[in-house]
Design a protein. Structure first.
Length: 103
């Protein structure tokens, strides 16, 4: 389809090349954060019962590296994808445009 950096290529794979998932991820990043500070204790709060991006029930705790606040619970592969795109909505919009042009 074209040349991508390894992060974008891997990130799109984690999103299953699914434009809906990427769009849902943008909406997820735009929603209000919780006021819960992330602590790496292994026992994190359950904010969402299902992943708001994929509707999967197999979720992990997600937090913002900028604020340290828990955002919610999302599918593990989506959590990784967000990190690969640096939690950046502009990068995710570019990914959507790339997928639309190359599907």
């Amino acid at each position: 389809r074209g040349l991508l950096c390894s992060n974008c290529n891997f990130g799109l794979g984690k999103f299953n090349d699914n434009i809906t998932y990427v769009t849902n991820a943008i909406n997820y990043l735009n929603r209000q954060s919780t006021n819960i500070k992330y602590k790496n204790t292994g026992r994190q709060p359950v904010i969402d019962q299902v992943c708001p991006i994929t509707l999967s029930v197999d979720t992990v705790c997600d937090h913002s590296h900028k604020t340290g606040l828990v955002r919610g619970n999302i599918a593990e592969h989506i959590n990784l994808a967000l990190g690969l795109f640096k939690d950046d909505i502009e990068n995710l919009n570019r990914a959507i445009n790339y997928l639309r042009a190359n599907i």
